[in-house]
Design a protein around this ligand. Structure first.
Ligand code: UDP
Length: 417
């Protein structure tokens, strides 16, 4: 029998590893909060172990929780053979972010049915692990809440921007969301007005400075690695690292690049986006982008899934773009800011919680503004450097894994009260 749920085996990471990145006060708070939770068992459930922001968060959050004495586990809901489940859940994701359309009755049924098929599996797992808390991430495994007995506390961690949703779709999943003891969102604006405020927590996502993707590499290593990956580090490169997804507006990035390169000869663009298991739409969008770029020798499209490659692309870039039209948070923005880059970000709720326009990056609302921002930054290296320094400081203070874990520890304590 093909399993619908799989457990991701994951080790422990000690808080001491983060010492040089965090202040003593934060360290003290984390130790104090985790002390109250020693031996607590938690299961996180999402839909992929690699690719996309949620997997990125969990692969750091869970080991650190384990390192703090919490018995955290990670389960993933797999798709079906025909990829119908993830096609539907991607549609749900898009509708919740405000896309027009409706979910057909058949799609609703398949979504629920696929989750129901996993009920007997989850029940066995619950018996084995005996969790105190289950955290369900995003809509894919949401219907599993019905398989979790009372007595186990449940939190729904919604990572997407539902501030202007397709109301019918949000109403479809509303009866499931209201079953949760607490809701966690990445921005206060993402709480549906019918979910009680006092049961909602706002936790910013974060990046892990210890991961290969986020390690600050010395200039000579960046050069050496860039050459290994076939990138000429002496070129004037701008980039966007992001899934091939309409909300990330890769075509808009090419259009902005086309504006800027008229005034900056030799400018190069890298668009990097691996294809995630739970995102069948990305192949289609990639084909569209490839078509639009028309084999332009100054545009490089990369689909490799390689964290060090992501690091190198962000590090060699003179300017990094994340021209999203809708963004729940935007870890790619955090990653580039951490590397001291001035990021040009789409003026979305998620990105504007990281970029303060003109101070640690630039917010844009159109292709034209993005093109102008590229020119402004490339023509003012001093300003770009200043914004880059401010960007790194923002991430250091607000968006590193230990801060996020501290907020989760507080969430777990609230759930168990
Ligand atoms: N990512 C990656 N390779 C790619 C594209 C994206 O490793 O080719 C990673 C990226 O570095 C980031 C995550 O996937 O860590 C994307 O998170 P984000 O919040 O920016 O967007 P999401 O994909 O969750 O919408």
């Amino acid at each position: 029998m093909v399993r619908i749920l799989s457990e991701v085996k994951i080790g422990k990471k000690s808080l001491s590893k983060y010492e040089k990145f965090i202040k003593a006060d934060l360290r003290r708070k984390i130790i104090a909060e985790s002390g109250k939770l020693k031996g607590t068992s938690i299961i996180h459930i999402n839909s992929t172990a690699s690719g996309g922001g949620v997997a990125e968060l969990l692969q750091s959050q869970i080991p650190l929780e384990r390192g703090l004495g919490i018995n955290s586990h990670w389960l993933v809901i797999n798709g079906d053979k025909e990829d119908m489940f993830f096609t539907i859940t991607k549609k749900i994701h898009n509708l919740l972010q405000g896309e027009k359309g409706i979910l057909t009755e058949n799609e609703k049924k398949l979504y629920i049915r696929h989750n129901k098929k996993a009920f007997s599996e989850i029940k066995k797992i619950l018996k084995k692990i005996k969790p105190d808390i289950v955290v369900i991430h995003d809509p894919q495994p949401l219907p599993l809440v019905d398989a979790i007995p009372r007595g186990i506390k449940v939190a729904f961690r919604l990572h997407i921007d539902v501030s202007s949703p397709n109301v019918r779709t949000l109403n479809f999943i509303k009866p499931l969301i209201t079953k949760f003891d607490r809701l966690v969102v990445s921005n206060p604006l993402y709480r549906p007005e019918w979910f009680p405020k006092e049961k909602t927590d706002m936790i910013y996502p974060a990046i892990d400075p210890l991961l290969p993707k986020n390690k600050i590499l010395p200039t000579d290593s960046v050069r050496r690695l860039a050459e290994k990956y076939g990138i000429n580090p002496d070129e004037k490169i701008i980039s966007q690292v992001s899934r091939f997804d309409p909300w990330k507006d890769p075509v808009g990035v090419i259009k902005a690049f086309n504006i800027a390169r008229k005034k900056i000869p030799g400018l190069k663009l890298i668009l990097m986006g691996s294809v995630a298991d739970d995102d069948p739409e990305s192949k289609e969008i990639y084909a569209e982008v490839k078509d639009f770029s028309n084999d332009d020798p100054d545009i490089t499209l990369i689909t490799e899934n390689d964290d060090m490659f992501v690091n190198v692309v962000q590090s060699v870039s003179k300017v990094v773009l994340q021209k999203s039209l809708r963004e729940g948070f935007g870890l790619t923005v955090t990653e580039a800011m951490w590397k001291g880059k001035a990021v040009i970000g789409g003026d979305t709720t998620g990105i504007s919680s990281q970029i303060e326009d003109g101070k640690n990056g630039i917010l844009v609302s159109s292709v034209k503004e993005a093109g102008e921002a590229i020119l402004k930054l490339l023509n003012n290296p001093k300003l770009t450097r200043k914004m880059g320094v401010a960007a790194r400081k923002t991430v250091q203070e607000k968006f590193l894994t230990p801060v996020m874990v501290l907020h989760h520890l507080k969430l777990y304590s609230k759930l168990l009260k």
